[in-house]
Design a binder for this molecule. Structure first.
Ligand code: CP
Ligand code: NVA
Length: 331
């Protein structure tokens, strides 16, 4: 398998075999690191981290992953570069391509990620756009592999809540690619875009996976191995949307009762994080004062329960992103 020079701009850019190989590489890098015998495969490489939106996990995974492999990173945070304000994507791409061996981009428009890849001449990795979160779905698959002994073609995952967001689009697409049974429980107003769903259906037909969408959370979770949820208002969306989203999505909150409704005592919680499971955040506090809510997309009881594997999932961002850099930049 040779992914050198390839970009990863959205889910579906790599084949199922390539994704499987990347996950195997992530497992290998993780084992090497834990055993204290890590090798440095990217010495002398320079990686640009261009962020239009904030981040904890994605930034950390790229920085730590690069450092583990001996590469150097330059972090350019929101508002810190000429990008978009004084310089076009095409010009920024051509400049970064002259100095860096690879570019991570987190931003608003998918078009910007695509243009960076077209004009930079180096691999570009999408660290989240409004449409896609493709490095997240790699970590999601690895976490499912870690926690269920069966092959992924025999695993069911149910995404609940804002089915129209980037994380759900990525889960549905990469899940369909590798043959998962993916269910989405969301109201008609917040479902994956028709073109995302149609493309994922074709992938599922080829892989033997299955895709279903319903507004009935109880029906959706029946027999599921994993329940997956994400914030109800994503980065870049206005805070005024919270009221409307709470009204719309509260029936999809992941509760202990919903875990029970799976009928699977081994069911696990996935969440890409950050999560609103308590009032220990500014936004959580504001919503608690206004709406009297203690949690949004997942209750604290479930988040803190043994069923929750969200911090394994967060750690797997590191191993999968490190593998992605090694695979696409490696010599
Ligand atoms: N899951 C994720 O992308 O987290 P950050 O926004 O902290 O990078
Ligand atoms: N859907 C969320 C994911 C955060 C990692 C967002 O875009 O904000």
């Amino acid at each position: 398998m040779d992914l050198r020079g390839r970009s990863y701009l959205k889910d579906g850019d790599f084949s199922a075999d390539e994704v499987g190989w990347l996950l195997d590489l992530a497992v290998e890098l993780r084992a090497e690191k834990r055993a204290g015998r890590a090798r440095r495969r990217l010495v002398g490489k320079n990686v640009a981290l261009l962020f239009e939106k904030t981040s904890t996990r994605t930034r950390s995974a790229f920085e730590v992953g690069a450092a583990n492999q001996g590469a150097h990173t330059v972090y350019m945070g929101p508002g810190e570069t000429q990008f978009g304000v004084k310089e076009s994507t095409k010009d920024t791409a051509r400049v970064l391509g002259r100095m860096f061996d690879g570019i991570e981009f987190r931003g608003f428009r998918q078009r910007y990620a695509d243009e960076l890849a077209t004009h930079s001449g180096v691999p570009v990795w999408n660290g989240l756009t409004d449409q896609w979160h493709p490095t997240q779905s790699l970590a999601d698959l690895l976490t499912m592999r870690d926690h269920v002994a069966r092959p992924l073609v025999d695993v069911s995952v149910c995404f609940l809540g804002d089915g129209a967001n980037n994380t759900c689009a990525s889960l549905v697409t990469t899940g369909a690619l590798v043959g998962l049974d993916v269910r989405v429980a969301a109201p008609p107003q917040r479902r994956p875009a028709p073109e995302v769903w149609a493309a994922a259906k074709s992938l599922a037909a080829a892989s033997g996976g299955s895709l279903t969408v319903t507004d009935d959370p109880l029906q959706a979770v029946s027999g599921a191995d994993f329940l997956y949820t994400d914030v109800w208002v994503s980065l870049g969306e206005p805070e005024e949307l919270w009221d409307e989203r709470i009204d719309l999505l509260m029936p999809y909150q992941v509760t202990a009762a919903l875990l029970g409704a799976t009928g699977n005592p081994g069911v696990r919680l996935l969440h890409c994080l950050p999560a609103f499971h308590d009032n220990e955040t500014e936004i959580g506090r504001r919503i608690a004062e206004k709406r009297g809510l203690r949690a949004m997309e997942v209750t604290d009881e479930v988040f803190e329960s043994p069923a929750s594997v969200v911090f394994d999932q967060a750690e797997n961002r590191l191993h999968t992103i490190e593998a992605l850099m090694v695979a696409t930049l490696g010599g």
